[in-house]
Design a protein around this ligand. Sequence first.
Ligand code: C2E
Ligand code: SIN
Ligand code: SIN
Ligand code: FE
Ligand code: FE
Length: 390
Amino acid sequence: MNEREKLNEIIRLSTELSTIKDIDILLERILFEARACVNADAGTIYSREGDLLHFSHAQNDTLQGKLPKGEKLIYKDFSIIIDKHSSVAGYVASTGEVLNIPDVYNLCSGCGYYFDVEFDKKSGYRTKSMLTVPLRYETDEVIGVIQVINAKDNDGNIIEFTEDDALFIKHFASTASIAMKNARMTRTLLLRMIHMAELRDPKETGAHVNRVAAYSVEIYERWANKRGLDRKEIDSNRDVLRMAAMLHDVGKVAISDTILKKPAKLTPEEYEVMKQHTTLGAELFTNTESRFDRIAAVIAVSHHENWDGTGYPKKPKGEDISIFGRIVAVADVYDALSCKRVYKEAWKEEDVIEEIKHLSGTKFDPEVVDAFFKSLTVIKAIAEKYPDKN
Ligand code: C2E
Ligand code: SIN
Ligand code: SIN
Ligand code: FE
Ligand code: FE
């Protein structure tokens, strides 16, 4: 690419990134585009949380290529202390400098930062060239770090990142950080809204809604790929679904604490009241011009419908139930059974799995259950990422 083309590319990307509203979907995309621009085999993106840099997404074409089609790499979550005498990413977050390292196994002596070899040891990957750039909001505040790894030449040989690459990623990072700041704000606002609506209990967190939403996105992607849906459509639906699924139970705002928090089985009358959280939730999303509102409403109203037409509130059957509702239904029950609730203990994992299998074809869409089981490894990694506190 020449300078002009690169400039155009940055403009195109910044417009495109600003259409992504969900923070996880956005970070995944920022990393992907950053890697594509400089032909990097791998990369990691970190998000700042206070004094820590939290690992949020990683991509690795070489390791991915060794997996069967449709499988995903599972990364263990970790945090890095933001400090000059820390890992490369921690150093960059602390100083705001860009680091372009030709070979991480050959760091300058006395530079202060170090390279953590654990990942390479476990995966058998050889990290060599590494370009690490801070994501800054309005010149000062560091909100994250992008790290692209192993630049490739046209023959696939690992080479160093050039000064041009560094400049390009730096510019890209400044546009990306604006989208990132907005998406973070959206996530925070959604979580606050859910907290007010449904939890009303300081001990509880947004962990359940984050899990259900992230499971739903995984299941949807499997389902949609199998159906051969267009990539653009899949990506845009994943973005909306990640946020809308978090709001599936937001109608609980209208249910009294005596029912919502009852530490025992509901009476039939109480259960009838509880069922209204579906229609009441849907009524909150009234802007039919907005795709987000339409999908959030459809999920709220249909996540307790059953494939065989025995659910509530409207009792449609089969594919008359929105695919988003069919997916959130499985994700929600899987999470509800796996966890402790005020009214029940957590089930054993094998019992949860048995129950989901058992409900396939009656309560649940068998194709969705199939996508769920194919995603189970990723789903379990998501559960670890969002643990219940207390
Ligand atoms: P939730 O706790 O998020 O549960 C979502 C769904 O998971 C339930 O929808 C149900 O399909 C499934 N589920 C959860 N726990 C169990 C269980 O122990 N056994 C079985 N077979 N399925 C389970 P459902 O039943 O329509 O309930 C909707 C919401 O109503 C629940 O959301 C919860 O907030 C409330 N709820 C339901 N039953 C009770 C209860 O006995 N006591 C209290 N306090 N709340 C309840
Ligand atoms: C780092 O040293 O910044 C982390 C490198 C990695 O494990 O990918
Ligand atoms: C939409 O409102 O755009 C789609 C809803 C659905 O497919 O269920
Ligand atoms: Fe519900
Ligand atoms: Fe729920």
